[in-house]
Design a protein around this ligand. Structure first.
Ligand code: SAH
Length: 346
């Protein structure tokens, strides 16, 4: 069966024409799927019944429907748990700000990267998500919440550059001007630092924000936190990041999860400043969100503030990430994990 929501405009046209239909029908269907956000073919009011029937029998119209939605009592954050058709589950987070609504999507069911503070990776990666399943996290939240989504961060479970082709397909669909039409600048892709993937992505010259999960100022500390550091040194990572910047002109974001007693001292703040000095970048400090299965804990507010002010003194752009949804298992993979453990079946 054809996964119709993952087809780009040309592919959808080819599919529809092959069925003996006119090209404009494909454009109408694309419009229903990606701009009008139809929940099913029945909603496609200007499409003939026979064509809807054909789509229903020969294509898969992937939609997600949440089985759990946890709303934060502290802020506008809501975490959605979505079952996939094969029984896997993924989670997505909706965040509401003053003038924009953002969704944090998963790119894989689980993750293979093994970061030692992260819940998503505990059971490994079950599978890559299709482009349609990435899109649907946004479309479904828009349908369920009734709110227009303006931004997306690919920062949920999974390593997006480990699912490269589907990521590119997703990016091209979500930014299609005849579809959802999200601006590239409204998209952030976060990676643990897969060097070949960063270089490949640079080649597409997209205006999205690349976020690098750096988390350490040197290889020794990074290896304690992230197995990927055994594969690529910080030097190689920085070369790839500079290449990305040269190709796109986009300021780089570095994520730095402050882990108590591991990477949060004044020496590390100085070392990090040295590493990033002269780069057009921004550092996002995230106090580690404690995960039950993990020993690593977050730095105190005072330590985080001291780390931040040291970076500032050294001339580095830095913010402490606003913690959202701490009361609803905000950290990657926590909700899915809990759900799995509790033996929920969908
Ligand atoms: N694989 C990608 C995207 C998913 S993780 C990446 O590594 O960037 C998204 C961000 O959340 C990463 O910066 C990751 O290191 C961070 N993260 C994961 N678990 C966390 C936790 N328990 N506390 C704080 N940050 C966490």
């Amino acid at each position: 069966m054809v996964d119709i929501k993952s087809l780009n405009r040309e592919e959808l046209r080819a599919f529809i024409i092959e069925k003996g239909e006119k090209k404009y029908r494909a454009d109408q269907i694309f419009d229903w799927i990606h701009r009008k956000n139809a929940g099913n073919t029945a909603e496609m009011s200007n499409i003939p019944k026979s064509l809807k029937k054909l789509i229903d029998s020969e294509a898969e119209y992937i939609t997600l429907k949440s089985v759990l939605c946890q709303r934060s009592a502290l802020d506008g954050t809501a975490k959605y748990l979505f079952p996939l058709s094969d029984g896997n589950e993924i989670e997505s987070v909706f965040m509401e700000y003053h003038d924009w609504n953002s969704v944090c999507i998963s790119s894989q069911a689980g993750c293979n990267m093994g970061c030692r503070f992260c819940a998503s990776t505990i059971g490994g990666c079950a599978r890559n998500l299709k482009a349609s399943e990435m899109l649907e996290q946004i479309y479904a939240i828009q349908r369920e919440s009734g709110k227009k989504i303006s931004n997306v961060v690919v920062m949920g479970s999974g390593e997006p550059l480990d699912n490269f082709d589907n990521l590119i397909r997703f990016l091209e669909l979500i930014t299609d001007e005849k579809g959802f039409n999200m601006g590239e600048r409204h998209i952030t892709v976060s990676t643990c630092g897969l060097v070949p993937g960063i270089k490949r992505l640079a080649g597409y010259k997209k205006q999205l924000t690349l976020a690098i999960s750096l988390h350490a100022p040197n290889d020794e500390i990074r290896r304690r936190l992230m197995p990927v550091a055994d594969q690529y040194s910080i030097k190689e990572l920085m070369e790839a990041v500079k290449y990305y910047y040269d190709m796109t002109g986009r300021r780089i974001t570095f994520e730095y999860a402050l882990s108590k007693g591991i990477n949060d001292g004044p020496e590390q703040a100085d070392e990090l400043s040295g590493l990033l000095s002269g780069m057009n970048c921004h550092v996002n400090l995230i106090p580690v969100n404690p995960v039950r299965e993990r020993e690593i804990t977050g730095s105190s507010k005072a330590v985080a503030a001291a780390f931040k002010s040291k970076l500032e003194k050294n001339g580095i752009n830095v913010t402490i990430r606003r913690e959202m949804g701490r009361d609803i298992d905000g950290a990657c993979g926590q909700l899915r994990r809990k759900h799995l453990e509790a033996g929920f079946h969908v």
